[in-house]
Design a protein around this ligand. Structure first.
Ligand SMILES: *[C@@H]1O[C@H](CO)[C@@H](O)[C@H](O)[C@H]1NC(C)=O
Ligand SMILES: *[C@@H]1O[C@H](CO)[C@@H](O)[C@H](O)[C@H]1NC(C)=O
Ligand SMILES: *[C@@H]1O[C@H](CO)[C@@H](O)[C@H](O)[C@H]1NC(C)=O
Ligand SMILES: *[C@@H]1O[C@H](CO)[C@@H](O)[C@H](O)[C@H]1NC(C)=O
Ligand SMILES: *[C@@H]1O[C@H](CO)[C@@H](O)[C@H](O)[C@H]1NC(C)=O
Length: 196
């Protein structure tokens, strides 16, 4: 009688332990899934081409030999609650008619959770861009962003995640974005990157 009772009692403990383990496993899976990092969001908030600004009398329009800097206002947002992001150097490449017009980068930095960072990116462009712009048309150029990020969850860093995003940015002959500002950088599937 007694041995049987003990074995039944032990069986109950095993079943109970198994249930506890299953519940713990489910709970930690749910917590883990809710902590899956979301990719940061990149937006071109504004573009300014000083050399095309008619109000800028320091650099009158028309000449191709003037300072050909393009200034981008880039917004980088971390949409994660409770997860920080380490950015390696972020590289920007400016294309016009599939040719590289200029490059620039933002140095590596750390961004806390739910934060947005504003960065001013100055690209010194090539002569072709200015020849096209000085014809007075709307210039549809393309911005390419290459970034590598790691997410900080609790005290550990994830592995490197690579991002390659693009955006079309139409700029009018007065040096500002045509239409809506805040252009999102997205993944454009097939892109012809002709080396310059
Ligand atoms: C004119 O352009 C220069 C450089 O291209 C820039 O530094 C300056 O701030 C501009 N001036 C105005 C009034 O926007
Ligand atoms: C254009 O201006 C920027 C700063 O305003 C300067 O760093 C750059 O060297 C200038 N480029 C040329 C070609 O003068
Ligand atoms: C600008 O216009 C001139 C003549 O109107 C033309 O020869 C030249 O090819 C044009 N340049 C670009 C880049 O469109
Ligand atoms: C950015 O450019 C630097 C220097 O050219 C390069 O070492 C780095 O790998 C580039 N980063 C990305 C994400 O492409
Ligand atoms: C620049 O040009 C666009 C259209 O070409 C116009 O909508 C905008 O008001 C102009 N901006 C300025 C500051 O003149």
């Amino acid at each position: 009688m007694l041995p049987r009772k003990i074995s039944g009692y032990q069986g109950g403990i095993y079943v109970w332990l198994l249930q506890v383990i299953i519940v713990l496993a489910l709970a930690s899976t749910v917590i883990w899934l809710s902590l899956q990092p979301k990719s940061p969001l990149y937006t071109i908030a504004d573009v300014y081409v000083p050399a095309l600004d008619v109000r800028n009398t320091t650099f009158p329009r028309g000449g191709v030999g003037r300072n050909s800097t393009i200034i981008f206002n880039v917004q980088i947002s971390n949409p994660n609650k409770g997860i920080g992001i380490y950015y390696d150097e972020i590289n920007f490449t400016l294309y016009y008619s599939e040719a590289v017009m200029g490059v620039c980068s933002i140095p590596s930095f750390y961004q806390g959770h739910s934060k947005t960072t504003q960065s001013e990116v100055s690209v010194h462009t090539q002569k072709q861009f200015w020849e096209a712009i000085s014809n007075g048309t709307v210039v549809d150029f393309m911005v390419d962003l290459a970034a590598v990020v790691r997410y900080k969850r609790f005290c550990s860093k994830t592995k490197h995640h690579q991002m390659d995003l693009q955006a079309h940015v139409p700029v009018s002959s007065n040096g500002t974005i045509v239409g809506e500002k805040n252009i999102k950088l997205l993944r454009i599937p097939k892109l012809n990157k002709t080396p310059y």
